[in-house]
Design a protein around this ligand. Structure first.
Ligand code: SF4
Length: 468
């Protein structure tokens, strides 16, 4: 039975610690991730340094998003009114099941069994491609990295660069093995790989009549949506087909068109290390005889209102999915994205996954951090990820309280409640010797990676009362 969360958590995956151990043993993976994140990190740092009002832009971005979160109901209704007035059809989805059923029904209503897709985290999160496949509809990813992932039956490992864990030799092999129209003499030259993908995708763009997208921003004032991208595949999907279905998280709202001035400076610098995204496509409902004439927008909750109800965690909904926090994270750099076992990896994934799915379903993720604070420093909308992590750690401990742990603390409280009891308890300290190198569960979680010190032969109290 479905959990309603789609692919928000990969329930068939082992816990983070197990995944991470396997990942750090893979030197090729670590090399690929380190090289890619270092490149984007340097580009971003250079662009931020040349933007004198960067901190003011960050503050504005955070304030605009906080305004949205505090008045979300009003902005959603305003967006629906304006989008509908411009000819779009707005649908509401409480969870992944409702969203995938709505999209499937809309595609079936067109009589087609193929769609082209713009890269979208919301559609990843709800497991849309699999749901469409189950209904006999083939969804073709058109973003180059997503295409690589789809062809190799892999999973994305990064929010902006989903195939970041692959190098070009691996990509050439994937194209050779899985792309039927790839040239037989395909080299691993990046231009040759891009050209092979371009020719493969162009045929799909020209024949497919239905497209599915997400959106980076939904503008309440106009009812419009914006997709920012680098390859132009998004522009093709958003303009060529007859039917366009966009799945949009409800936190993607911004109040006014003018707010894009802030976000279109923050996003490209933070995500791909560019001053501007090469393609920014904005569409508002239907324009007669221009672009898709059948436009649907599915507004997705899937745990977002749960996150909104968390006073500390709410700020995670400011996220514009730039992935800057992944690129600076020492944990992500060593484990890559798959270790997190969820659609959203890295520092933002470590908070947004438990906030949206419930911390009891991802209790280990808030611990996948060194709390160094680098993620907070780079976040363009000032999400205080370390503070949210610490709060979620407390929630996770509460959710997973172990009976033995409760009993240990109750016994300690008793022992410390009077001098005689404490003195008697200290007589037990020499027993520590027996668990020094391996305590039984749940203490084994502590001694697995640490040795307890040798207990002293004599307690301080005994030494004192024996005349020093
Ligand atoms: S938390 Fe901040 S840095 Fe991380 S993806 Fe979201 S907006 Fe970007």
């Amino acid at each position: 039975m479905s959990n309603g969360n789609g692919d928000l958590i990969w329930t068939d995956d082992p816990p983070f610690a197990q995944n991470a151990k396997r990942a750090v043993d893979d030197s090729q993976l670590r090399h690929n991730v380190r090289k890619a994140t270092a490149t984007i990190r340097e580009r971003r740092a250079g662009l931020v340094a040349e933007t004198p009002d960067w901190q003011a832009l960050r503050a504005s971005g955070a304030a605009i998003k906080d305004d949205v979160l505090h008045h979300l109901d009003g902005y959603l209704e305003q967006f629906e009114r304006n989008a509908t007035a411009r000819g779009a059809h707005v649908h509401w989805a409480r969870d992944a099941d409702e969203a995938t059923q709505t999209v499937t029904r809309l595609v079936q209503a067109t009589g087609r069994n193929e769609v082209i897709k713009v890269k979208s985290m919301a559609t990843q999160e709800i497991g849309l491609v699999k749901a469409l496949e189950d209904a006999g509809i083939t969804a073709h990813e058109t973003d180059l990295a997503e295409l690589i992932i789809q062809l190799s039956h892999d999973r994305p490992s990064h929010i902006v660069v989903p195939a970041l864990h692959r190098n070009r030799a691996e990509i050439r092999q994937i194209f050779r093995d899985h792309m039927p129209d790839a040239p037989t003499e395909l080299s691993d030259d990046p231009n040759a790989l891009a050209e092979a993908a371009r020719l493969h995708l162009r045929r799909l763009f020209l024949k497919t009549r239905v497209a599915v997208s997400g959106a980076n921003f939904a503008i309440a004032e106009t009812g419009g949506l914006l997709v920012a991208e680098s390859e132009g595949n998004g522009r093709m999907c958003l303009t060529l087909p007859d039917t366009l279905i966009s799945v949009v998280g409800i936190e993607k709202l911004i109040p006014r068109f003018g707010d894009l001035e802030v976000f279109l400076q923050l996003l490209p610098r933070s995500s791909t290390g560019e001053r501007m995204n090469p393609y920014n496509s904005v569409w508002t409902g239907v324009t007669q005889n221009d672009g898709p004439q059948n436009v649907h927008i599915v507004l997705l909750d899937n745990g977002r209102t749960k996150a909104l109800a968390d006073d500390t965690g709410r700020q995670a909904l400011r996220c514009i999915r730039c992935a800057a926090c992944l690129n600076v994270c020492p944990v992500y750099e060593r484990t890559g994205g798959h270790a997190y076992g969820a659609t959203y990896p890295g520092p933002i994934g470590a908070i947004v996954t438990p906030l949206m799915a419930g911390v009891e379903h991802a209790p280990e993720l808030p611990f996948a951090s060194s709390l160094c604070g680098a993620c907070y420093e780079v976040c363009p909308v000032k999400i205080d990820i370390p503070t949210v992590l610490v709060k979620l750690r407390a929630d996770a401990v509460k959710a997973q309280r172990h009976k033995a742990q409760d009993a240990t603390f109750a016994a300690a409280a008793q022992a410390m409640s009077g001098r005689r009891r404490w003195t008697a308890a200290l007589k037990l300290v020499p027993l520590m010797r027996f668990i020094r190198h391996g305590a039984p569960p749940p203490l084994s979680g502590w001694t697995r990676t640490r040795d307890l010190p040798d207990p002293p032969k004599q307690s301080f109290r005994d030494w004192w009362s024996n005349g020093r």
